[in-house]
Design a protein around this ligand. Structure first.
Ligand SMILES: Nc1ncnc2c1ncn2[C@@H]1O[C@H](COP(=O)(O)OP(=O)(O)OP(=O)(O)O)[C@@H](O)[C@H]1O
Length: 221
């Protein structure tokens, strides 16, 4: 599904200062794998996720997504892959405050230029049921708890039926019950063949994964 060859990522802060966030990453993630990514703060986990999800580009090296060399793709082509094939879940849910839960969930459809019709809204409601929010589809974000907002964001990430789900600290600062709902959905999605990449600080959550990648000082160890 994903292949990285000698990938490096540096951020230029000024003329003299560069941060080398990732060094010489050689890695393959196969379709259907559930990979957890662990490592100390600042080790490069989010940077790695951003590269794999085509949110950012490597400074050096080569990358393939589903067999396609994406190293030098245009921004437009990268955006198309991202919106059609990747689902993102971040620690901060970034819901639109003026849209209901279900309207937030169908947002990826609207953003890809299509009108969100009744079939989309039905699917959105089904996804909300999957994350335990069947009775809250018409609530606005402020009427939902933090954990519920995160579950809405999770349903939204599944709307376009992504092949790969990229999650950055998806359960960070959540209570056990909300965390379990999210992890069980990940497990089900993985059983349906989706590839999952999850950055976590929580060692317990790595038990859900079929493989754990450790990153330290920008290197896979
Ligand atoms: N946009 C950026 N500009 C400059 N430096 C950055 C940028 N993003 C990340 N960095 C730096 O790159 C390094 C890796 O950061 P990254 O966010 O990938 O770490 P992380 O392992 O996800 O950390 P955390 O667990 O704290 O979220 C850090 O030194 C960070 O300061």
């Amino acid at each position: 599904m994903i292949r990285l060859k000698q990938v490096m990522k540096s951020y230029r802060l000024s003329r003299e200062h560069t941060v080398q966030a990732l060094h010489e990453i050689d890695l393959e993630i196969k379709t259907g794998e559930f990979v957890s990514i662990v490592g100390p703060s600042g080790s490069g986990k989010s940077t790695f996720l951003a590269l794999v999800g085509l949110l950012d580009r490597p400074s050096e090296g080569k990358m393939w997504f589903a067999g396609q060399d994406v190293t030098d793709l245009s921004d437009r082509a990268r955006t198309a892959i991202r919106s059609e094939r990747c689902g993102f879940i971040f620690q901060f849910p970034s819901l639109i405050p003026t849209l209901t839960a279900v309207e937030n969930v169908v947002l990826p459809k609207t953003l890809s230029g299509r009108y969100a019709g009744s079939a989309d809204l039905t699917r959105g409601a089904e996804l909300l049921a999957k994350v335990g929010l069947a009775d809250k589809t018409d609530r606005l974000p402020y009427q939902l708890s933090g954990g519920e907002q995160r579950r809405v964001a999770m349903a939204r990430a599944l709307m376009n039926e992504p092949e790969i789900i990229l999650a950055d600290e998806p359960t960070g600062a959540l209570d056990d019950e909300n965390a379990k709902v999210m992890m069980d959905v990940f497990k089900t999605m993985n059983q349906l063949g989706k590839t999952i990449l999850m950055v976590t600080h929580d060692q317990q959550l790595t038990a859900y994964a079929s493989r754990t990648i450790q990153i330290r000082d920008g290197r896979v160890v």
